[in-house]
Ligand binder design. Sequence first.
Ligand SMILES: [Fe+2]
Length: 211
Amino acid sequence: MTNFKSEGAQTGGDAAGPMPGSRSPEAVADRVLGLYRDLGDMEYHGESVSQLEHALQTAQIARDEGGKDEEVIAALLHDIGHIWPDDASVMTSVGVVQHDGLGAETLRSLGFSDAVAAIVAGHVEAKRYLVGSDSEYAAQLSEASVESLRLQGGPMSPEEADAFSRTSWFGEKVRLRLRDDQGKTPGLATAGLEEYRELLTNHLEGQGGGG
Ligand SMILES: [Fe+2]
């Protein structure tokens, strides 16, 4: 099945398109959750869970592991670059190319913290880092993830890995990557989308977001 947004996935009316009107924390949280609610049944690039299931599972793992608020938010929204409407994005069989950077940019523009944006921005690099430095990790990647790795630049060289390991939020980026890889279990029960509304709103309020 291929059912990407460019092929007529449910656009959910107001859920797609630029962020309208108010940018209050409540409005942004509403917009983001609405996007996932309305577009969440999109396929998660060759995997057997939907985008929404994948987001909820990844966030659930972050919560269960005692992740900080920023980590849980980043886990929930790490693939927003795949589903946020963006004319400039390039769709391939494994999703939007550079969805990590697009997602981070989107989150920053919506008022999420630099930490959340940086962790999201780093989750593809973290895969390249892990593949380059851990052969067991490389061996367990899903088929779709191996395919996307090729488009993402392949494994990091030792020099690249060394530089990446010294970036801000390195540990959080790697943890998100590992949770991302795990959040692909068909039919797994998780907390629902609405359970994250308060977390998102409080986080955005803490960044000084306001209408
Ligand atoms: Fe993901």
